[in-house]
Write a protein that binds this ligand. Structure first.
Ligand code: GLN
Length: 304
C-alpha cells in the first residue's frame, strides 16, 4: 500500500523535519506541500485523502531533502508571510522575521497618531517588507525605501508592484541615505525606520546553519561589534528628519545600552525608548529628534 495521501505526506514530512532539527517542522511541511500542489494551507485539510501523483511526489522529494538540510523554506517556496502580506523572497534578501513585524507595528501606531500626510524613509529595505507593510496600513504614508543591493531592490520592486503600492513607495538604489536627495525625494521625513544588519563577527560565526549558510551575509553582519550600521544611521538620520520626527530601529537583544550611548552621544535626539519584543528581548528603539528652533530647517517643498 504505497499510496501517499496529503495526510500521510504531511505526517511523514513533519516527522522527518523534526528528526532533522528543522524549526517549525509542521508549518514547513504544510508550506512545501502547498507549493508542490499549488494549494492554500486550509485546502490541505479539506483534501486530506487526496492521493498525490508521482511527478508531484518527485518535486516534493527534492524540496523535503533540501529543507532537511536546513535550507530555509521561504527560499524553497520563494515566498513568506509578513504582517499578513504574502511577499516574494529570494536568497538576495533576508527572510523577514516576526520581530520586524513588531517594529512595523510601532511604526504604524506612530504614523497613525500624526495628522496629515506622512513621509517615511526605510533604510536598507531588503525585500521591501517594512516599506510595504507601512504603506499598506497607513494610507497617508508616502514611503521612500533604499537598498545598496540591486538584486534585493528588484525583489522589493516586485513586492511593491504586486501589492499595488507603487504610487506610494519609491525605491532608490544606494547605500543607506546616499540615494536620498533632501528636499526632493521627500521633505524632511516624519519617520525613518530601519532593520539594518546588526550581527557581530563572533555572533555571525555562531548563527544557525539555516541563517549562516543561506541568508545574505551583507544583510546580517555589521562589523566586529555589530554596531557599524547604527553608527552611520544615527549620525546621519537627524538631518533627514522633521523637527518632531522619529528614528525607529530594530536592534540585537544585547545592543540596547550601546545604542542608547550612540543616540545620546550624537546630541541629535531628545529622548530614546528601548522596547522589548514578545520574547522579552530588547528589540526596538524609538528616538525622537531633538528640535533646535534656531537650526536650519529644510524646506518642505518636494516634487518627487
Ligand atoms: N534578527 C536577525 C537574525 O538573528 C538579524 C537581522 C539583522 O541583522 N537585521 O538572524
Amino acid at each position: 500500500m504505497d499510496v501517499w495521501t496529503i495526510k500521510r505526506l504531511l505526517d511523514w514530512i513533519t516527522g522527518y523535519l523534526t528528526k532533522q532539527g528543522v524549526d517549525s517542522p509542521h508549518l514547513s511541511a504544510e508550506l512545501l506541500l502547498c507549493e508542490v500542489l499549488t494549494l492554500e494551507r486550509i485546502e490541505l485539510y479539506t483534501q486530506f485523502d487526496r492521493v498525490v501523483a508521482k511527478p508531484q511526489l518527485d518535486a516534493l522529494h527534492s524540496l523535503v531533502k533540501r529543507a532537511g538540510e536546513h535550507e530555509p523554506v521561504a527560499y524553497l517556496v520563494g515566498r513568506c508571510e509578513f504582517y499578513s502580506l504574502s511577499l516574494k523572497i529570494t536568497p538576495d534578501c533576508l527572510i523577514p522575521r516576526p520581530e520586524t513585524e513588531e517594529l512595523v507595528e510601532r511604526a504604524i501606531l506612530f504614523l497613525r497618531d500624526r495628522p496629515g500626510s506622512q513621509a517615511v524613509l526605510d533604510v536598507g529595505t531588503g525585500s521591501g517588507c517594512i516599506a510595504a507593510a507601512i504603506a499598506k496600513n497607513v494610507p497617508a504614508a508616502q514611503v521612500v525605501a533604499t537598498d545598496v543591493c540591486e538584486a534585493a531592490l528588484s525583489v522589493a520592486a516586485g513586492n511593491i508592484r504586486s501589492l499595488g503600492l507603487a504610487e506610494r513607495v519609491r525605491l532608490l538604489a544606494g547605500d543607506l541615505f546616499d540615494p536620498v536627495i533632501k528636499g526632493l525625494d521627500g521633505p524632511a521625513f516624519d519617520l525613518i525606520v530601519s532593520n539594518p544588519p546588526y550581527v557581530s563577527e563572533s555572533e555571525y560565526e555562531a548563527l544557525d546553519k539555516n541563517v549562516k549558510d543561506y541568508e545574505p551575509k551583507r544583510a546580517l553582519l555589521a562589523g566586529a561589534d555589530g554596531l557599524d550600521l547604527y553608527r552611520r544611521i544615527i549620525a546621519e538620520a537627524a538631518e533627514y528628519l522633521k523637527p518632531d520626527g522619529a528614528l525607529m530601529l530594530e536592534i540585537g537583544c544585547r545592543q540596547g545600552a550601546s545604542i542608547s550611548d550612540l543616540l545620546a552621544g550624537s546630541g541629535d535626539y531628545g529622548h530614546a525608548r528601548i522596547e522589548k519584543d514578545l520574547s522579552g528581548h530588547e528589540r526596538i528603539v524609538k528616538a525622537v529628534r531633538l528640535f533646535r528652533p534656531h537650526g536650519d530647517e529644510d524646506t518642505n517643498e518636494s516634487f518627487g
